[in-house]
Design a protein around this ligand. Structure first.
Ligand code: FES
Length: 256
């Protein structure tokens, strides 16, 4: 009987151990349920994947602003801080100025420009040679080619864009006579950045080729300036609205 009792006790202990394993197994259940939070984290992260969607574009734009500000701070040893800041990031002075050819020093009249040509000028012009040569004050007045209506002697023949490429801030060139096709439309004259090949549509400053076209709005178009032609044919810059939804911000872009 004592032998049987021993066996019985042993069986009970084994049964108890089995229960503990079962219990232990049940304790391992949480790791299974822990996977659910992981799954839900993964689900939660799926909106992050939509970082490519509109919210993330805003975020990238915000980061671009931060990068721009950082760039300014980095450039301050080379460019007078105050004037640089005045000429950028919405600080453009609300002045009306005649356009002065940076090369010749003379005011620009419609009779001075042939269709499909361009003139570089500073804005806002201060009269200080050093300030007026800052890249962030540099604009280009373009008279459109004839096939874009550039033979008219009114403001419709002209465009002005900041020369700072919104990709990485090189200065672009206007290429006279260049035949381009944008969205199936062919026309003459193109804006091309020599650094990485960004091209901008001369009609509205929107990128149509190269790295700038891949950037989210408003970081894919050149800032502009409003202009008018007076009764003598002289060309003026009107006080700009430096909102991104309007004339834009140098180095950042403009909503097009
Ligand atoms: S800086 Fe103009 S394409 Fe890169």
């Amino acid at each position: 009987m004592a032998e049987e009792e021993k066996n019985q006790q042993s069986d009970n202990q084994n049964a108890s151990a089995d229960t503990q394993v079962t219990s232990s197994d049940s304790n391992t259940t949480p790791p299974v349920s822990q996977e659910e939070p992981q799954t839900s984290i993964a689900k939660d992260s799926s909106p992050e994947e939509s970082v490519d969607g509109p919210p993330s574009k805003e975020r990238r734009n915000f980061l671009k602003v931060i990068a721009t500000a950082g760039g300014i701070l980095g450039l301050t040893p080379f460019i007078p801080y105050g004037s640089f800041f005045t000429a950028t990031l919405g600080g453009t002075e609300p002045v009306r100025q005649k356009i002065m050819n940076a090369e010749t020093g003379s005011f620009v009249n419609v009779s001075d420009m042939q269709p499909d040509s361009s003139v570089i000028f500073p804005f806002p012009r201060t009269g200080d040679v050093e300030k007026d040569s800052e890249p962030f004050r540099r604009y280009q007045l373009i008279r459109l080619a004839p096939d874009l209506g550039g033979e008219s002697n009114d403001a419709s023949s002209f465009r002005i864009y900041s020369m700072v490429c919104v990709h990485m801030w090189c200065l672009w060139d206007y290429i006279e006579g260049r035949e381009v096709e944008v969205n199936g439309e062919k026309f003459t004259g193109n804006i091309e950045c020599p650094c990485h090949g960004s091209n901008y549509d001369v009609r509205d400053g929107l990128s149509h080729k190269g790295p700038a076209i891949k950037q989210s709005k408003p970081n894919d178009a050149l800032p502009t300036l409003p202009l008018e032609v007076d009764e003598n044919g002289d060309i003026w810059v009107l006080p700009p609205d430096t909102a991104l939804e309007a004339d834009g911000v140098v180095g950042l872009g403009r909503y097009v």
